[in-house]
Structure formats: structure tokens, C-alpha cells
Design a protein around this ligand. Structure first.
Ligand SMILES: [Zn+2]
Length: 114
């Protein structure tokens, strides 16, 4: 059964870049609150990417401990604009070096519980 509030794949493809993946994942995180684990989407920003990662809510919270940090599946990192800061079995955490991406992430982070 599709979780309530999950975006359609078409919506995911239509929107651009990592910030969209982050918004999708924030919605997933909210919807999954208290259930332990959830399926998150790769935040690599590749429009053709529809990879997902199953992880604990607490693990995703750890990824989101910094505005510049993004969740991606292994192999989707882009060395020119980001550094891999954490390596896990099923996912990586990257930190953006690009100032615009960081600014955009700040501007769109509307969470008030962090
Ligand atoms: Zn990806």
C-alpha cells in the first residue's frame, strides 16, 4: 500500500535538484514518524534518478544534522560539487561545496523542530 502523502514519481521527476529530494524526504519523514524506518529518495539531483534507500528515521535525522548535507545512494556523488562525509552500507552522506546549493538549502529548510 502506498503511504499517505507520498509524491508520485512524475512529481519527483518534474522538479529539479537536491532540494526537491529533500522536500520529498521531509514529507516521508513526517509521514513515517514513530514507525522506525521509512523509504527515502536519493537526493543526488539527477532528474533521472529514482533510487530509494530504506533507513531508520533516526538515521535520516542524522543525515539532516547540517543544511549542506544530503542523502544519496552510493555512486551518485558528484565529486566536483560535493564531498562524501559519511559512508554507510546502503547510502552516503555528501556535503555540498557549491555556495548556491547551500544557500538554496537554507532558504527552503522550513523545519522548526531542529
Ligand atoms: Zn541519485
Amino acid at each position: 500500500m502506498r503511504p499517505a502523502g507520498a509524491p508520485s514519481p512524475a512529481v519527483e521527476r518534474a522538479a529539479a535538484a537536491e532540494v526537491n529530494g529533500r522536500r520529498v524526504n521531509e514529507a516521508i519523514e513526517r509521514g513515517a514518524r514513530g514507525t522506525g524506518t521509512a523509504i527515502f529518495v536519493c537526493e543526488c539531483g539527477n532528474l533521472g534518478c529514482n533510487e530509494t534507500v530504506e533507513m531508520a528515521i533516526s538515521e535520516y535525522e542524522a543525515v539532516r544534522s547540517g543544511f549542506e548535507r544530503f542523502l544519496i545512494v552510493p555512486g551518485h556523488e558528484i565529486g566536483k560539487i560535493e564531498d562524501v562525509v559519511e559512508q554507510h552500507d546502503s547510502y552516503l552522506v555528501v556535503a555540498k561545496r557549491d555556495d548556491e546549493a547551500v544557500k538554496m538549502a537554507y532558504a527552503t529548510d522550513e523545519r522548526d523542530d531542529g
